[in-house]
Structures are given as structure tokens and as C-alpha cells.
Design a protein around this ligand. Structure first.
Ligand code: APR
Length: 271
């Protein structure tokens, strides 16, 4: 564990006027929800085309059968997962007034379950279900009732329309309000913690670049002029394309352990 880097992160956090956190699947692996690209991850187990919007529209029953198998298989307890110490640490930093928002690529609702209040769901939420015809939304418990009553898949709305998880499938747009709010925070922040993401999927992967001010037309000059005092810190098991290019430094290791240590040291410093 790189304690000097953790101390630097704590100092930057305490000096920051606007800290925002970007999380990816890596923060949820300690809750039993596998990530996508690590060995044994979701894309090794399931066909990514199941999460293509066009395929859902064409074969909703096939996709729903897979979703139910994923959740009941026990190996991917998405719908029943519990927040871990990483989620809880971020909720505590928000309570302390040190984090303004969590922008998450995850669809597991775990930040909300941990108590985070300002959570921007960049890729929607897999525990909310929307009718493709009338737009009505259903919660997880309501869906379970519909599935229990129904004889065939896909589950349907009272209007007869097909219900789709409200997560962003490939080929769908990022919800406009989440997109705008996320880039506003990235533009305005002076510190971004990037936790548990391989930073490979756009447009989320551009948020740290905007946070560092490197998006401007004068690439590099933007970093120099527009956000000369902004910092990006990665917390991740492994280096990513941001490491050494965009982020100030990578604290390598378990997100849960590192974030818990950060909260502990913040409390020690604040007395
Ligand atoms: N602590 C820290 N880092 C971790 C941990 C952990 N406990 N577990 C995994 N990681 C790291 C992995 O090493 C990897 O670098 O988290 C990262 C997870 O990367 P991905 O699996 O690519 O997940 P993510 O970056 O969230 O994917 C982005 O891709 O498929 C789409 O929509 C999907 O939102 C997802 C997007």
C-alpha cells in the first residue's frame, strides 16, 4: 500500500473546493459484482451483444432470460448486492462535505444503497425498468411480481409494452441530464478521484481529461491555463490509459481498502 500517495490524496482532498468522484465496476467487485474486463469478468461470461439495444428490441425474451439467469446464477448478484466499504467511504466523504457528487458508470445502485445522495448514473440503473411504449417506470420489487405472475418473457407493462432495464445498452444515448451534469462537474472540479474503471469506454473516459483541463483546443495549453491547479487521482488495481498521461498519480490496490484508509486519515487530520 502506497501510504505517501494516500497522504497526498488526503491533502488534496482537504484543500479541494470541488471534488467529484468517477467510479467504474471495480468499486463493486468487493460486493460480489464482477467487473467487465478483468479475468472472469462479465464480458468473459456473457455475450456483449445481449446488451446491444438493437438486439434487445429484436429478441427481448432472449435478453430477459439471460438477465434472470445472470442474477439467479449467484455468481453475479447484481440485483441483491450490498454496498462495500468503498461505497460507504464515498458516502462518508460526501457527508463530511468533501465530495460534491459521485458520477458512476455502474448500474448496480450500490452508491445509493451506501447512502450517497448526489449520484449521477452515467449508464442508467439496472434496478429500474421502463416500458418501451408508454415510458412508465417500475421498481425491482414490482418487476419480480410481474415476472412471478407472467407466464412468458419479456415482462410487460400494464399497457402491454415490453419492459426494458433502464440501464444504457450499447447503441443507446447517455441520458442527457446525466451527461450534462457530469461534464459540468468535470469542468468545475479541482479534484477528481477516478475509482475502479479501466477508462476505455467513451464518453465517460473523457471526464478525467476534462477535469484535468486537457480537452481544450490548445491540447496541453488547456491543462496549463484553464485548470492549472486541478488534479486527477486514480484508485485502481492496475494502470489504465489515464495513468501517466492524464492522472497525477495512481494509488494501486483495492478500492475498498484505499478509500477506507483515506477516510480514516481525513478523520485523523480533522481531529
Ligand atoms: N479495486 C480497485 N480496482 C479494481 C477492483 C478493486 N477491488 N476490481 C477491479 N478493479 C479494476 C480493474 O482492474 C479494472 O481496471 O477496475 C477496472 C474495471 O474496469 P472494467 O471492467 O472495464 O469496468 P468499467 O471501467 O466500469 O467499464 C466501463 O464498460 O462495458 C461497459 O457499460 C459498461 O460501464 C461499463 C463500462
Amino acid at each position: 500500500m502506497d501510504f505517501p500517495l494516500i497522504d497526498r490524496a488526503v491533502d488534496l482532498l482537504l484543500r479541494s473546493k470541488h471534488t467529484v468522484v468517477l467510479t467504474g465496476a471495480g468499486i463493486s467487485t468487493e460486493s460480489g459484482v464482477p467487473d467487465f474486463r478483468s479475468p472472469g469478468g462479465i464480458w468473459e461470461r456473457y455475450d456483449p451483444t445481449l446488451f446491444f439495444y438493437a438486439r434487445f428490441v429484436a429478441e427481448p425474451d432472449v435478453v430477459w432470460r439471460c438477465l434472470i439467469e445472470m442474477n439467479s446464477s449467484g455468481s453475479l448478484s447484481l440485483w441483491d448486492a450490498r454496498p462495500n466499504r468503498g461505497h460507504l467511504a464515498l458516502a462518508e466523504l460526501e457527508d463530511m462535505g468533501l465530495v460534491k457528487a459521485v458520477i458512476t458508470q455502474n448500474v448496480d445502485n450500490l452508491h445509493q444503497k451506501a447512502g450517497s445522495r448526489t449520484v449521477i448514473e452515467f449508464h442508467g440503473n439496472m434496478l429500474v425498468f421502463r416500458c418501451l411504449d408508454c415510458g412508465r417506470r417500475y421498481g425491482y420489487e414490482q418487476l419480480l411480481e410481474i415476472i412471478a405472475e407472467g407466464t412468458s418473457l419479456p415482462p410487460r407493462c400494464e399497457c402491454g409494452g415490453v419492459l426494458k432495464p433502464d440501464a444504457v445498452f450499447f447503441g443507446e444515448a447517455i441520458p442527457a441530464d446525466a451527461l450534462n451534469e457530469s461534464f459540468r462537474h468535470a469542468q468545475e472540479c479541482d479534484l477528481m478521484l477516478v475509482v475502479g474503471t479501466s477508462a476505455q469506454i467513451e464518453p465517460a473516459a473523457s471526464l478525467p481529461i476534462v477535469a484535468k483541463g486537457m480537452h481544450s483546443m490548445f491540447r496541453g495549453m488547456g491543462a496549463f491555463f484553464s485548470k492549472i491547479t486541478s488534479h486527477v487521482i486514480e484508485i485502481n488495481r492496475e494502470p489504465t490509459p489515464l495513468t501517466g498521461e492524464v492522472s497525477d498519480f495512481l494509488i494501486q490496490g483495492s478500492a475498498g481498502e484505499i478509500l477506507s484508509l483515506i477516510v480514516q486519515k481525513v478523520k485523523e487530520k480533522r481531529g
